[in-house]
Ligand binder design. Structure first.
Ligand SMILES: C[S@@+](CC[C@H](N)C(=O)[O-])C[C@H]1O[C@@H](n2cnc3c(N)ncnc32)[C@H](O)[C@@H]1O
Length: 256
């Protein structure tokens, strides 16, 4: 479908070395968007195909793309650290999340992982808990802007318990996930999966040892490294900058 009024569009301009600068904009007739290389008349986008190239008022080419989930996460408003696409994609696949899975998230934060989960749970609602009103406010505002509706937000210290039962998966992004594992075990169905996303090494043994004590099996710890490469006629090499460290992903399954 061509670009319509109200769509989100990813405008991409390049510097002399070919590095992209991306802007996420809402397409609105009568609106002009200002970039560092001139203005873009958003009227011109309506009715054009995604992937079209237009020009700023200074004649600089601008690619117009439909934002992917990864683009949306890159631009999401942040009140907390977020789970990046390299990690959220891996979590989705490792947990075997399907459109009708029953999933709870603990630690909504800015809603980056919430967005990914809600996008894939097309036949179900995601329930997400956070102890902080501010985090929930940021996450709700982010998801509202993106038109995500299948999420129920609960303001609560999830260590005290969660309401849902018979869950396929619980995903935690909290500082002390080992403290939640008993609650998570009670909420998971037999064979269900927990994920704990933790930024520091010290959090790994605390979580893994507690998970073993509580009778979880198939416990794994992963770190995902993602390095981009630049390619030109003379050389191909890793980009000098990368997101070097985000966190560790601990996964385990409930033994019956
Ligand atoms: C790093 S953020 C989560 C970021 C999120 N995964 C994202 O991708 O945007 C951690 C969140 O856990 C919440 N949190 C910490 N302890 C909690 C608890 N006991 N119960 C519920 N939420 C908690 C914090 O308020 C914070 O918003």
């Amino acid at each position: 479908m061509p670009i319509q009024e109200g769509d989100l569009a990813l405008l991409t301009l390049y510097d002399k070395r070919g590095r992209p600068k991306k802007f996420l904009v809402k397409v609105k007739s009568g609106k002009v968007f200002h970039t560092h290389k001139g203005t873009v008349d958003l009227n011109k986008l309506i009715g054009r195909n995604w992937g079209t190239v237009i020009e700023t008022n200074k004649g600089i080419p601008v690619e117009v793309h439909k934002p992917s989930l990864s683009d949306l996460i890159e631009k999401i408003g942040r009140g907390t650290q977020i789970i990046y696409p390299k990690d959220s994609g891996f979590i989705l696949v490792k947990c075997g999340i399907r459109p009708d899975s029953k999933v709870v998230e603990i630690g909504t934060g800015s809603g980056a992982m919430t967005l990914v989960l809600a996008t894939f749970l097309v036949k179900n609602k995601l329930v997400t808990y956070d102890i902080s009103e501010k985090s929930l406010r940021v996450a709700k505002s982010n998801l509202e802007k993106l038109g995500v509706k299948n999420v129920e937000f609960k303001l609560r210290d999830a260590k005290q318990g969660i309401d849902e039962r018979d869950l396929d998966c619980v995903i935690m992004d909290v500082p002390d996930p080992w403290e939640f594992l008993a609650v998570v075990r009670e909420a998971l169905k037999d064979g269900g999966t927990f994920v704990a996303f933790v930024p520091s090494c010290e959090q790994i043994p605390k979580t893994v040892l507690k998970a073993r004590e509580l009778d979880f099996g198939l416990i794994e710890v992963h770190e995902i490294l993602d390095r981009q490469y630049e390619v030109n006629e003379k050389r191909t090499r890793p980009m000098p900058r990368m997101i070097a460290h985000t966190g560790f992903i601990i996964i385990g399954r409930k033994l019956s």
